[in-house]
Design a protein around this ligand. Structure first.
Ligand code: ZN
Length: 398
């Protein structure tokens, strides 16, 4: 392992477009709370990894703003994030849409949708790429590597292109063609594997032997994506509240929980700053029981096999970050079948929204929570629409 490689040749602040948040004081383990200096630790907390219970790190800020005023230069929410200035394609500021007709049909006081498909490459992953690729630039990396067969691949390819970094993407052989075409058009290199774990081994080799910067996890058992990228998702919570959308419940399509943790972290700090009165309950929407089983007592390190057409949230692993995000916010996990996800896509279509299959699953998950009495008629729910639907070739069969 060579975890400190990037510390040796960081750019001087004066010759780089990247500026680190002066308030970023270090990294902290989300499980054992050990503190580490700012550095790249792709496997998460070394202590917890050594104990066989891997855990993600989060950023520690000396001082956060007390208001939701936009920063005067650089990123709108830079003072809440690891990097205040860096690579950009105009991401964020996605609309928080009010859906009164669907709210009425469902018997809910208010229903909103944060449309992350409005980001430059069509998904929420741009939130992660913008901070992660800025970190790669500051660290002096020449190339970025990740395992993805969908939205993250297209997003990373775009941000690496604008940053002038090489991008290599480990994919499945049978990934949907529109995604492969998109990231290859953006100049990224595709490396094809048959199995998920082979992709992760490839990412590890690129990091350890070639000095590449990893944007996604490659550890087994899994942790979330590297901390600098995951922190980028805090901006989603900040934008909702700044736009006056303060929900009681948030429904989030979830694979390994990067977005879920970023939302939790953002809302938690908004609560601490007195900018909201209570933490929204976060619900992980999953295509088959993974986190649901862990919450019932299964081991976090177990493999949870299952097939799904909701490819953006496929995968057989659960991470600690997603478990903590739902437990600490008082939410939970909801399983939605592909057929019910497709019904959700169709219902959102009646409101002019064309979203990927797993984003449709949010709406079906909301109906299940209402049926169980966990979401009440007097409450406000927010759907996280993670990506637009026009690259999703797999919803047509339902
Ligand atoms: Zn730890």
């Amino acid at each position: 392992m060579n975890q400190n490689t990037f510390e040796h040749h960081e750019h001087a602040a004066s010759d780089s477009p990247v500026r680190r948040n002066a308030s970023l004081s270090g990294l902290r383990c989300i499980a054992c709370a050990r503190d580490y200096p700012v550095q790249d630790l792709p496997a998460g907390c070394p202590h917890c990894a050594g104990a066989g219970t891997p855990a993600s790190l989060e950023a520690v800020y000396r001082k956060l703003p007390k208001t939701l005023a936009a920063d005067s230069s650089g990123y709108r929410w830079g003072s809440w994030l690891p990097y205040t200035h860096g690579v950009s394609l105009g991401e964020g500021n996605t609309p928080c849409l009010d859906l009164p007709r669907l709210a009425q049909q469902l018997g809910l006081r208010q229903l909103s949708a944060k449309h992350e498909g409005m980001n430059p490459t069509g998904s929420h992953k741009d939130r992660m790429s913008v901070q992660g690729v800025s970190r790669a630039l500051e660290a002096g990396a020449r190339s970025v590597v990740l395992a993805s067969s969908g939205n993250a691949a297209v997003s990373a390819a775009a941000y690496c292109a604008v940053a002038g970094l090489r991008c290599e993407i480990a994919t499945y052989r049978d990934m949907p063609e529109p995604f492969a075409r998109a990231f290859q058009r953006l100049g990224a290199k595709r490396v094809v594997f048959d199995r998920g774990l082979e992709r992760w081994a490839h990412v590890r080799r690129q990091v350890e032997q070639e000095g590449a910067f990893a944007l996604t996890n490659y550890s087994v058992p899994a942790v979330g994506s590297p901390v600098f990228g995951v922190e980028g998702y805090r901006a989603v919570a900040l934008e909702c509240v700044a736009d006056g959308c303060i929900p009681d419940h948030v429904l989030v399509p979830t694979a390994r929980g990067d977005l879920l943790w970023g939302l939790y972290s953002g809302f938690r700090d908004l609560l601490a700053a007195g900018l909201i009165r209570q933490l929204p309950r976060l619900w992980a929407v999953e295509p088959f029981a993974r986190l649901s089983r862990v919450l019932e007592g299964a081991s976090l390190q177990a493999e949870f096999a299952g097939q799904t057409a909701q490819f953006s949230i496929a995968g057989s692993t659960v991470t600690l970050q997603q478990k903590l995000a739902v437990e600490r916010s008082g939410g939970g996990a909801v399983v939605v079948s592909d057929a019910d996800a497709a019904k959700g896509v169709a219902q959102l279509g009646t409101q002019g929204l064309w979203v990927e299959l797993c984003a449709g699953a949010c709406l079906s998950a909301l109906a299940s929570l209402q049926a169980q009495g966990r979401v009440l008629p007097s409450e406000h729910a927010l759907l996280l629409l993670t990506a637009k639907g026009d690259r999703d070739t797999l919803d047509a069969g339902f």
